[in-house]
Design a protein. Structure first.
Length: 100
């Protein structure tokens, strides 16, 4: 099968995503202007029409497998600087087509 799984949304719990979400753009910046935040929740929407629920894609965050329920919203948290200060942090989210 020709899967090529894509996201339908990226929704942070705080801050603003720049540029606005576009299914074909692989790079974003999340700006959080509150240095007291210690964690940001991220929700990913998967294009469920592109795969079978019994054979979902795999998702990694910073190279670690993310466990998720393929029939509901994918959620995870990114820990931030716990010392109350400005921080630049890179997070890599990788989505892999289901194994056929």
């Amino acid at each position: 099968p020709d899967f090529f799984v894509k996201l339908t949304s990226i929704q942070p719990s705080k801050g603003s995503l720049k540029p606005a979400f576009n299914q074909d753009n692989p790079y974003y910046q999340l700006v959080v202007r509150r240095p007291e935040e210690t964690s940001i929740g991220i929700e990913l929407g998967l294009d469920v029409a592109r795969y079978y629920s019994m054979n979902p894609p795999s998702i990694q965050v910073n190279g670690k497998d993310l466990e998720f329920n393929p029939t509901s919203t994918v959620e995870f948290h990114i820990p931030l600087n716990e010392t109350y200060g400005l921080e630049d942090k890179n997070v890599t989210i990788s989505i892999f087509d289901p194994k056929s």
